[in-house]
Ligand binder design. Structure first.
Ligand SMILES: Cc1cc2nc3c(=O)[nH]c(=O)nc-3n(C[C@H](O)[C@H](O)[C@H](O)COP(=O)(O)OP(=O)(O)OC[C@H]3O[C@@H](n4cnc5c(N)ncnc54)[C@H](O)[C@@H]3O)c2cc1C
Length: 406
């Protein structure tokens, strides 16, 4: 006869968001919880470019120099589009850490080790009265505090009424390489807008350990072919040490990130900056808040949706606008690429503006971004369209993204 185990809280997913939630549960004094993950151990398999915006990281953990998993700090970037190159030198706002993600996950998991249960796949969830019943390959569990941090998978959220359909997905794949320092710029992140599909290629140096490179696409296409071509362009000839791939939500957060007795965080809540596919910074923050809010709710014996809404209020206030802007920035960049004006656009933006764009912190309203994307798309559909007259200089500045290439 199979037994049913009861926990005060269950976390699905032992990666960034799930581990942050677990740490917060523990910090708040909850002892009776478990983290379930289908993988055999922390940090494996890798499926990531491993780059994280430094300021978020520092806010959460303190300055990165102390951490062995931070392989390099980067403040310079090059952005390439159809031969147009844009260089951003030492922009403090665009400070990133290139990490060793498996090592990072092991470090995150350390304080909650006794709560981690690997090789455990959550197969389904259902409500049984006020409880949530979690069905796994290793038995059944009951809880009134479920935290979903299972990445870009949405079956559990669908069953709990948090989302109706699987959100639209982008895809990415990459490789780790050992490359000698002399072969390429070791202190710069390179972002290349792709010709073969809607997306970009990245090449991130990783200190003495080599580099992480890959391609990301918002639409379909054979990513492996695109990656092979990108590697040829970048003259990366070494054999990959590790290959990885995965998907990411590309249209912003899911509709409800809380329900009675449930919180979703990280990719499982759709929290990815759509224009670049970055999700680490949101997974870390949302995971921590999910754990804090759930621990308080469990302690008070009230895990109703009303109480858990504190979580949703918190992340929306912190980065809700940024995530919505990410979707519009993605639309705009891809429409400009289709219309052939992206290089022109990149050239015209100041370092500050471009940095703001890449992080979703620009001052443009969401409505402006969306309108600009539609105009650029309209121009793309009229390839031979030319301005019938010459605008005064100040107007050209405002409209620059939408004007034909010079
Ligand atoms: C190729 C690629 C490159 C990327 N590069 C970057 C980058 O450079 N910078 C950046 O910021 N973001 C990047 N991202 C996005 C980033 O990896 C994610 O946003 C981040 O990992 C989300 O963390 P998470 O904890 O929410 O989910 P995940 O890291 O996806 O973890 C989910 C966990 O849940 C487990 N799980 C899933 N389903 C079940 C189940 N049914 N039962 C039990 N366990 C389950 C999985 O095994 C996994 O451990 C990249 C994504 C991809 C695909």
């Amino acid at each position: 006869m199979s037994t049913t185990t009861r926990y005060s809280a269950i976390v699905v997913g032992g990666s960034l968001s799930g581990l942050m939630a677990a740490r917060a549960l523990r910090e708040k004094g909850l002892a009776d919880f478990v983290v379930l993950d289908r993988k055999p151990r922390l940090g494996s398999p890798l499926k990531c470019g491993e780059a994280v915006e430094a300021s978020t990281f520092d806010q959460l953990f303190g300055p990165g120099a102390r951490f062995p998993f931070v392989k390099q700090t980067i403040t310079s970037h090059s952005v390439m589009c159809r031969g147009h190159a844009r260089s951003l030198e030492d922009v403090p706002q665009l400070r990133f850490y290139e990490t060793d993600r498996p090592q990072f996950e092991r470090w995150l998991g350390q304080p909650v080790q006794e709560h981690l249960q690997f090789s455990t796949t959550v197969q389904s969830v259902e409500r049984v009265g006020a409880d949530i019943c979690v069905e796994t390959n290793r038995g059944r569990m009951l809880t009134r505090g479920l935290i979903i941090g299972c990445g870009a998978h949405y079956e559990l959220q669908k069953r709990l009424g948090m989302v109706e359909a699987t959100p639209s997905m982008g895809y990415a794949c990459g490789e780790l390489h050992e490359v000698s320092g002399s072969e390429r710029e070791q202190d710069k992140f390179a972002w290349h807008i792709l010709e073969r599909c809607e997306g970009y290629g990245w090449l991130f140096p990783k200190g003495a350990d080599g580099c992480n490179l890959g391609v990301l696409a918002f639409g379909g296409g054979k990513l492996q072919d695109v990656l092979a071509e990108f590697k040829r362009d970048q003259q990366v000839k070494s054999t990959a040490q590790v290959r990885f791939g995965g998907r990411f939500p590309q249209n912003g957060p899911i509709r409800h990130t809380v329900a009675d007795s449930v919180i979703a965080c990280g990719d499982a809540a759709g929290m990815v900056f759509a224009a670049t596919g970055e999700g680490i910074r949101y997974a870390l923050r949302s995971g921590r808040w999910a754990g804090q809010v759930m621990a308080d709710a469990v302690a008070k014996g009230d895990t109703t949706r009303r109480r858990l809404t504190a979580y949703e209020t918190r992340w929306r206030a912190s980065f809700g606008r940024e995530l919505r802007a990410g979707v519009q920035v993605k639309e705009l960049l891809m429409a400009l690429r289709r219309s052939g004006h992206l290089g022109y656009f990149l050239k015209r933006l100041s370092d500050q503006r471009l940095a703001d764009f890449m992080l979703g912190k620009q001052r443009y309203s969401i409505a402006w971004l969306s309108a600009a994307a539609r105009i650029a798309d309209w121009i793309a559909s009229r390839a031979s369209w030319q301005m019938p007259f010459r605008l005064p200089q100040w107007r050209r500045g405002v409209l620059s993204p939408c004007l034909p290439q010079e």
